[in-house]
Design a protein around this ligand. Structure first.
Ligand code: 5MM
Length: 349
């Protein structure tokens, strides 16, 4: 393991107030999002979508790294440049999702464990040779009646730690993503308690598997009440609860924490990240950043609709969201940035 190199990559991923763009939707997820907008669910449509995303003018001003899905790493731009090379040429670090998805956990009704460890060492070597410098693995924790169980938390934490250790051996920075889902009626307090238990268990397993904290990035959920909870929380309340939970569970040696958006609206995700940085940035041991998929892509995808003539407006909307989140890292995001962005509102823009 090359410790200084891994630490340098992890540092670059959270440097200069930039963040990550997750564009690692598996084909079924990508197709589902296309289907809702009447976009053809073909390999060519997915290629074209990913091509205009990564060639968005100015993307590297706000985005330090992009997380890809295996299919994208083997696709090319219209001019035959591999997409992964186009990303690196733009000054953005390519990353790769390496889990093979969350599957039912035996003996634990309603719970999942993420798979993908078999053959992972060889796959990581191939991705490194292709140019990837970081990887991602997402575990999914559901809140509900009597769940999550200790068995589910332990199984997912163990898999995340085995994955992270293999990544560091291969020279890739692991993004460790244990996601406590927003679906449910649970309170903010319960989300906080469960997330703290999940994160402390994950870091315990990371330590046991000899994963170096300086060479990993954590990708957690924000602390939020369930979508169906009758009591919702204000922006500052979410910011306070999230930072309090992270301070209890995440070692100071970790260079950065990049949030997932989890189905929050794009504007709320930016506002909540902004509030955390306004209130706490100067006193935290790690950078608080973003690794959003839907909260960066969704407005642009809705503008694109699969039409070549809409690409410019869609790219503008994507760059705008990335810029808003960079501002949120600085604690400089506010709603006037949305009003000022008239070009994204129109495909004619
Ligand atoms: C892009 O979505 C990723 C999962 O995709 P699949 O379910 O298709 O495998 C996901 O890991 C994503 O990177 C994170 O959850 C963050 O996405 P959001 O939309 O929550 O910001």
């Amino acid at each position: 393991m090359n410790v200084p190199t891994l630490a340098a990559i992890a540092g670059k991923l959270v440097a200069d107030d930039k963040g990550l763009l997750a564009m690692d939707e598996s084909n079924p997820t990508c197709n589902k999002r296309f289907a809702k907008l009447g976009i053809p669910q073909t390999e060519e449509a997915r290629r074209s979508y990913r091509e205009w995303i990564v060639t968005t003018p100015g993307l590297a001003d706000s985005i330090s790294g992009v997380i890809l899905y295996d299919e994208t790493t083997r696709q090319k731009r219209g001019d035959a440049t591999p997409l992964i090379d186009a990303i690196a040429d733009a000054g953005i670090i390519p990353g790769i999702k390496v889990d093979t998805g969350a599957k039912d956990l035996a003996g634990h009704s309603g719970e999942k464990v993420t798979e993908g460890l078999d053959g992972l060492r060889d796959r990581l070597q191939e991705y490194f040779q292709m140019g990837a410098r970081f990887a991602k693995w997402r575990a999914v924790i559901t809140l509900g009646n009597g769940i999550p169980s200790r068995g589910c938390i332990e199984a997912n934490a163990h898999a995340l730690a085995r994955y992270a250790s293999l990544c560091q051996e291969a020279g890739l920075v692991p993004i460790v993503e244990p996601e406590v889902l927003m679906e449910g009626t649970h309170t903010l307090k319960l989300c906080c308690e469960v997330t703290e238990e999940v994160l402390t268990t994950v870091f315990d397993h990371l330590y046991t598997q000899r994963v170096m904290p300086e060479g990993l990035i954590l990708k957690p959920n924000m602390i939020l009440p369930g979508l169906a909870c009758p009591v919702q929380a204000g922006i500052d309340e979410v910011a306070d609860a999230t930072v309090r939970c992270l301070l209890r569970a995440v070692p100071a040696a970790v260079p950065g924490i990049v949030f997932l958006s989890g189905g929050q609206s794009a504007e709320l995700a930016s506002s909540r990240l902004n509030a955390m940085n306004v209130r706490f940035k100067s006193s935290l041991p790690w950078a608080l950043s973003f690794s959003f998929a839907r909260a960066i892509q969704q407005p642009a995808l809705e503008l694109w609709q699969g039409k070549e003539s809409h690409v410019t407006a869609a790219q503008h909307a994507l760059a705008h969201r990335a810029l808003c989140n960079r501002a949120a890292r600085r604690g400089e995001y506010d709603a006037t940035m949305e009003k000022a962005d008239t070009a994204s509102k129109s495909v004619a823009g």
